[in-house]
Design a protein around this ligand. Structure first.
Ligand code: COA
Length: 165
C-alpha cells in the first residue's frame, strides 16, 4: 500500500477509468466502449473535473488509474449545510483487497469533514459483494432501515438508444 497514493483525476485518466468500470463485469453490457460512447464519457469526466461541487479522486499504479471515487457536495436547506454523496467507488479487479478502496473512501470522508459537511450518503446494492462483506459497515457507515431508495429511469427510449443497446 505504501506505493499507492490518492490524487485528483485528470482527463488523461479516461481510458484507465473505463477499464476499471469494465473490470466489474456488471451493467449487462452497459459499458459501451464505442468511439461515440467514449466521447460522451470524456465529456462527462470533463464536467466532473470542472465542477466545484464534485471531488473526483484516483489511485494510480504507475500511470494507470486502478481505482476512483466521485463525491458530490449537495447543499440542503434542511441540514443547514451540505451532504456529501458518494456516487461511484470502484477498484479494478486486479487491485482489490489491497486497501485502495479504503484509501479512496477515507480521502472522501476527510474532504467532506474539512468542507464542513453535515452528513455523507451512498447507495450500495444488497446484491453486491461489497454489501455482503460489510465494506461500508466496517468503515463505520450506518445502514438506514427506514429509508427506501427510489429511481426514475429517464432514458428516452424513443429518442436515444440506452448505452450498450
Ligand atoms: C468494494 C471495493 C470498492 C473495495 O475496494 P478494495 O480496494 O477492494 O477494498 P480494501 O482492500 O480497501 O478493503 C477490503 C474490503 O473491501 C471489500 N472487498 C474486497 N474485495 C472485494 C470484491 N472483490 N468485491 C467486493 N468487495 C470487496 C471487502 O469488504 C473487504 O473486506 P474483507 O476482506 O474484510 O471482506 C472494491 O472491491 C470494488 O470496486 N468492488 C466492486 C464494485 C463495488 O462493489 N463498489 C461498491 C459501490 S457500488
Amino acid at each position: 500500500l505504501k506505493d499507492f497514493s490518492v490524487a485528483h483525476a485528470k482527463t488523461s485518466d479516461l481510458k484507465s477509468l473505463v477499464e476499471v468500470l469494465e473490470s466489474t463485469g456488471w451493467f449487462d453490457g452497459r459499458i459501451d466502449t464505442s468511439e461515440q460512447n467514449i466521447k460522451i464519457a470524456e465529456k462527462t469526466l470533463k464536467k466532473l473535473l470542472s465542477d466545484p461541487r464534485t471531488l473526483f479522486l484516483v489511485v494510480r499504479d504507475k500511470q494507470e488509474a486502478v481505482g476512483f471515487i466521485s463525491v458530490h457536495f449537495v447543499p440542503y436547506l434542511m441540514l443547514s449545510g451540505e451532504e456529501a454523496f458518494v456516487s461511484e467507488l470502484f477498484v479494478k479487479d486486479t487491485h482489490r483487497s489491497k486497501g485502495i478502496g479504503s484509501m479512496l473512501l477515507t480521502a472522501g470522508v476527510q474532504a467532506a469533514r474539512s468542507r464542513g459537511c453535515k452528513r455523507m450518503h451512498l447507495i450500495n446494492s444488497r446484491a453486491r459483494d461489497s454489501y455482503k462483506r460489510g465494506f461500508y459497515a466496517k468503515h463505520g457507515w450506518q445502514e438506514r432501515q427506514y429509508a427506501a431508495s427510489f429511481i426514475l429511469d429517464l432514458y428516452d427510449k424513443t429518442r436515444e438508444p440506452e448505452p450498450g443497446k
